[in-house]
Ligand binder design. Structure first.
Ligand SMILES: *Cc1c(COP(=O)(O)O)cnc(C)c1O
Length: 396
C-alpha cells in the first residue's frame, strides 16, 4: 500500500486509557455521544448461553478469559454478567490494571492475573485477593506480603511445555514446585500451561504437562490449559477447568470450526452505527482518499461514521459487507480513521439515520464473516475495537 501524507493525516492519535476505563467501568454512555457514533452492543443472554453450552457439553467449570477489555466487549460489564453463573469458577486477565478494575467493579469470584508482576505490586495484589500466575522464584516477596497483609498469596504455576513465551521450563518445573511448596506465605492453587495450537504437537505438550503434575503429585482437577481452539481440536483433552476466551463471546476461533456448529455459539458482541450521509454519484465521480472508488454508472452511496480508529480494519474496503435495513451492502473506496463508504446501488434504499451493522449475531453479519472478508483473524477484529466506544448491554 502506498503511504501518503494523506494516509498519515487520516490516522488518529492514541486515546487516553483512563477515559476508556471509566467509560466501560461505569457501563454508561457519555452524555455527549452522538447517536450516529459507533457503539458496541453486548448481548448478556448470549454470553450466559455460551457459558452454559460449553459447560454442559464438557461437564467442566470455566475460568473465563476476559483479558484485553473482555475481547472488546467491555471488561467489567462482562465480568458482572458472568460472575453469578455457577459454571464460572473465576476470571483470568493479563494486564495488572484489569485485575484491579475487576475488584473495583465488585467482582467476587477468583481473579487470575496471567501477566508479569513487579515485586512492588505484590502486597496490593495479595491484599485484594488476586491470584498470581508465577514462573520465577518470589518466595521472599510473598513472605513480605504476608507480614504486611496477614494473608498468604494464592498462585498458579505456569509451565512452559513448548510455547516458549512465559512459564517454568517443564524440565525444571517439579523442582520449582517443590521449592515453592517449601516456602511459607504462598499456596499453590493450580498448575497451568498454554498449547501451541499445533495439532501434532499439542499431545506432546499435554504429556509433558501431565508428567509434571504427576511428579509433583498435583491433582489434575486443579490444572488448566484448554483454550477455545483446544475445545474444538482436541475435545477429549480433559483437565480440571477450561480456560477459554473467544467461545464465551460466541465466536468460533477458526473458520474451520464453524461448519460443525459445535456448542451452537451465539455472538455476544456487535458493532453498529447510524448512516451519516446518503448521496448519488454520477459516472466518473470519485469517493475515498486517493480516489479509491470511481463510479462506473450513477450509484447511491452511504457514508458511515466508523473507521479504523474505532476498530474497523482498513481492508474492510475490499468488499466486507454491512447490514442496513435487512440487506447487505459492500464497503468500498477506503476506510479512513472515522469513515467508511458503502455502495448501495442504483436505487436509494437507505436514509440518513438508518442503523448500520458492521457485525452482530445474524448469519452473514457475524464477526467471523467480517474477519474472513478482511482476511484477518477474528481475534484481531474484536480485540481491536476502540475501548472508548460506548458499550451498551442488551438482553439483561
Ligand atoms: C487468551 C488466552 C486464553 C484464551 O484463549 P482463547 O483462544 O480466546 O480461548 C487462554 N489462556 C491464555 C494464557 C491466554 O492468553
Amino acid at each position: 500500500m502506498k503511504t501518503s501524507r494523506r494516509a498519515f493525516l487520516s490516522a488518529s492519535a492514541a486515546l487516553p486509557l483512563a477515559a476508556a476505563q471509566s467509560a466501560t467501568r461505569r457501563g454508561v454512555e457519555f452524555p455527549t455521544v452522538s447517536s450516529f457514533d459507533p457503539w458496541v452492543e453486548v448481548h448478556a443472554q448470549h454470553l450466559r448461553a455460551n457459558v452454559r453450552s460449553v459447560a454442559a457439553a464438557t461437564g467442566r467449570s470455566i475460568i473465563a478469559v476476559i483479558k484485553n477489555n473482555a475481547y472488546g466487549a467491555g471488561l467489567v460489564n462482562v465480568a458482572r454478567i458472568l460472575d453469578p453463573l455457577e459454571h464460572i469458577r473465576g476470571f483470568a486477565v493479563v494486564k495488572l490494571h484489569e485485575a484491579h478494575a475487576l475488584r473495583d467493579g465488585g467482582v467476587k469470584k477468583p481473579i487470575l492475573l496471567m501477566g508479569p508482576v513487579d515485586a512492588s505490586q505484590i502486597v496490593d495484589l495479595v491484599r485484594r485477593d488476586i491470584t498470581l500466575m508465577v514462573y520465577t522464584p518470589m518466595a521472599r516477596e510473598f513472605e513480605r506480603a504476608e507480614r504486611r497483609t496477614g494473608s498468604t498469596a494464592s498462585v498458579h504455576v505456569c509451565i512452559d511445555t513448548g510455547l516458549g513465551r512465559v512459564g517454568v521450563p517443564y524440565r525444571d518445573a517439579p523442582q520449582f514446585i517443590a521449592d515453592l511448596r517449601g516456602a511459607r506465605s504462598v499456596s499453590i492453587g493450580g498448575l497451568m500451561m498454554t498449547f501451541t495450537e499445533d495439532p501434532d504437537f499439542d499431545r506432546e505438550q499435554l504429556r509433558r504437562f501431565t508428567d509434571v503434575c504427576r511428579t509433583a503429585q498435583f491433582d489434575l482437577s486443579r490444572c488448566h490449559a484448554v483454550s477455545s481452539y483446544t475445545l474444538f481440536q482436541h475435545p477429549d483433552i480433559a483437565l480440571g477447568a477450561l480456560r477459554p476466551g473467544m467461545v464465551l463471546y460466541g465466536i468460533y476461533p477458526e473458520p474451520a470450526f464453524r461448519q460443525a456448529r459445535k456448542f451452537d455459539l451465539k455472538p455476544a458482541i456487535a458493532l453498529k452505527c447510524r448512516v451519516a450521509y446518503v448521496k448519488q454519484l454520477q459516472a466518473g465521480d470519485s469517493a475515498g482518499y486517493n480516489r479509491a472508488y470511481i463510479a462506473k454508472a450513477p450509484v447511491w452511496i452511504a457514508t458511515l461514521p466508523v473507521g479504523h480508529a474505532d476498530g474497523l480494519p482498513r481492508v474492510a474496503a475490499k468488499g466486507a459487507r454491512v447490514r442496513i435495513g435487512g440487506a447487505l451492502y459492500p464497503i468500498v473506496a477506503s476506510v479512513s480513521a472515522s469513515h467508511a463508504i458503502v455502495e448501495i446501488g442504483a436505487e436509494r434504499r437507505v436514509e440518513i439515520g438508518d442503523e448500520a451493522t458492521l457485525f452482530d449475531w445474524t448469519d452473514g453479519s457475524r464477526p467471523e464473516d467480517l474477519a474472513e472478508a478482511c482476511g484477518a483473524s477474528v481475534y484481531d477484529l474484536t480485540m481491536h475495537l476502540n475501548p472508548l466506544l460506548p458499550r451498551r448491554v442488551i438482553g439483561e
